[in-house]
Design a protein around this ligand. Structure first.
Ligand code: C2E
Ligand code: C2E
Length: 179
């Protein structure tokens, strides 16, 4: 089937919004700058970018394991001891609501410092800065086998975070057989 060229261009421009979750530093920067230069998206309404620095004692890689975006278009990266999140189409007044959906713990317990950018040219200027960061400073997610337990066993049901109950047998098989 023939797809007109302008439709293909249109589709490719929306690709960054199809990403979700952790991205490598350079991929993150490219995705956000692509969104900022996309004239089809609302001016100064594309989303909010927030950089978070962990409290002393928490490594940035550990903080990353607590960052669980649900919405397609919500992406994050780590580097320079910061976790940087881009929340697509989030309004600045809704930032705390969105962060509460994304982190199972109050962000104040995990991070001691945050910086926020929410206008196209401010986000773009920060991305220019971020692109200067040497690859040695980029963070690497902890290698977690897919079957290992998450740090905090909780899921977000659309309203609140809930602990996931784990079945626990009080008697061992051996004791049961003996009775
Ligand atoms: P999505 O945007 O990728 O969001 C995936 C899941 O993240 C949602 O699953 C929901 O659990 C959570 N989520 C995302 N944004 C919000 C939010 O602003 N508030 C809350 N409370 N939760 C949020 P869910 O609800 O099953 O929706 C599945 C998909 O259906 C969404 O994928 C989105 O594509 C669409 N959708 C659902 N409701 C809406 C809506 O009100 N507006 C829009 N534009 N799309 C919606
Ligand atoms: P919004 O995107 O205009 O969504 C307004 C309300 O529509 C949300 O209120 C929620 O009740 C519902 N809604 C929107 N999308 C979804 C969805 O995919 N699934 C479900 N179940 N409900 C949805 P809420 O949750 O109080 O969020 C208020 C605002 O906070 C949202 O306005 C958005 O700007 C921001 N926000 C909340 N959660 C997220 C998130 O996970 N990611 C991003 N990027 N923004 C979020």
């Amino acid at each position: 089937r023939h797809v007109p060229e302008d439709i293909t261009t249109l589709l490719s421009m929306t690709q960054p919004m199809k990403l979700r979750g952790y991205q490598k530093w350079d991929t993150f920067c490219d995705a956000v700058s692509n969104m900022m230069s996309n004239t089809l998206l609302p001016a100064d309404g594309k989303g909010v970018m927030v950089a978070l620095r962990p409290v002393p004692g928490i490594r940035i890689e550990q903080a990353l394991t607590l960052c669980r975006p649900n919405r397609t278009g919500d992406i994050m990266t780590i580097g320079d001891n910061r976790l940087v999140l881009f929340l697509s189409f989030c309004r600045i007044n809704d930032l705390d609501t969105a962060l509460n959906h994304i982190f199972p713990l109050p962000t104040g317990d995990i991070f001691s410092n945050r910086m926020i950018w929410f206008e196209d040219n401010l986000i773009s200027a920060e991305i220019v800065q971020m692109k200067q960061l040497a690859p040695e400073q980029w963070g690497k997610p902890l290698l977690v086998a897919s079957d290992t337990k998450p740090v905090l066993n909780a899921t977000h049901d659309g309203h609140v975070w809930r602990r996931v109950p784990e079945p626990l047998r009080l008697l061992s098989d051996a004791e049961e057989r003996a009775s």
